[in-house]
Design a protein around this ligand. Structure first.
Ligand SMILES: [Zn+2]
Length: 233
């Protein structure tokens, strides 16, 4: 199987994280969750003492965009490691800006790095399409386990994680005020990126994100031409 770089796009609640995890668990992709990665960087021990990281943390907490050149630099370095090691990679929700994706004169973007390690034919932006009402509905009930990170399924009214019994929490990213910011940002920034991919001859795969995650996954697997997996009964 050719190594692939899959880039999942979609509004908050479209299931980017879930689909990326499914690709990781069933097909051995490395899931590069840029939000998570950046959260770890700005919340790392000692980060509060670094004025630069402190500033980025404030941006992160407010749901604002972090400084693009800084984000691009640290993300690219991490992705190079994964590409060099020969793994397929899946991104959930990034690169988020034209600059992060395609760079500018003095700084090449993340796509240039992906082209180097994976080749044009193996870069697949996938757009998980859901209605705005679905975004709001899904995010209003969204919680994650504070210990193991397992998401609480929509409709499961349980207080503790079924895996480790840790407490659930609402991610900063999913608080209502931040969600509105993220939706606005998504529309303003993602559409131009999808257009830029097409312009460069990279096909954008559009998938309906409304059904149950395993059904969406079946569409993703088919679109990526991955070998079909049999469901265990
Ligand atoms: Zn847990």
């Amino acid at each position: 199987m050719q190594k692939q770089a899959v880039i999942l796009y979609g509004p908050p609640g479209s299931g980017k994280g879930t689909q990326a995890e499914l690709l990781a668990r069933r097909y051995g992709f490395v899931h590069f969750d840029t939000g998570n990665f950046l959260e770890h960087v700005v919340y790392a021990p000692g980060a509060a003492k670094n004025p630069k990281l402190r500033r980025e943390r404030e941006n992160f907490d407010a749901g604002r965009l972090m400084t693009p050149s800084w984000v691009l630099g640290i993300v690219r370095k991490e992705v190079e490691k994964i590409g060099r090691a020969g793994y397929s990679i899946v991104f959930s929700g990034s690169p988020r800006t034209l600059f992060e994706a395609f760079g500018e004169k003095k700084m090449h973007g993340l796509i240039a790095t992906l082209l180097k390690f994976y080749g044009r034919r193996n870069i697949h932006p996938v757009w998980l399409n859901i209605r705005p009402t679905t975004t709001l509905k899904r995010n209003s009930v969204r919680k994650k386990c504070a210990v193991c990170g397992l998401p609480r399924l929509a409709g499961a009214n349980i207080a503790r994680c079924p895996f480790c019994e840790g407490p659930f929490y609402t991610r900063t990213l999913d608080k209502p005020a931040v969600i509105k910011e993220r939706l606005k940002e998504f529309r303003g920034r993602t559409y131009p990126i999808l257009y830029a991919f097409r312009k460069r001859g990279i096909k954008v795969i559009k998938v309906n994100g409304e059904p149950a995650p395993y059904k969406v996954f079946a569409s993703v697997v088919k679109a990526l031409k991955l070998p079909l997996l049999r469901l265990k009964k």
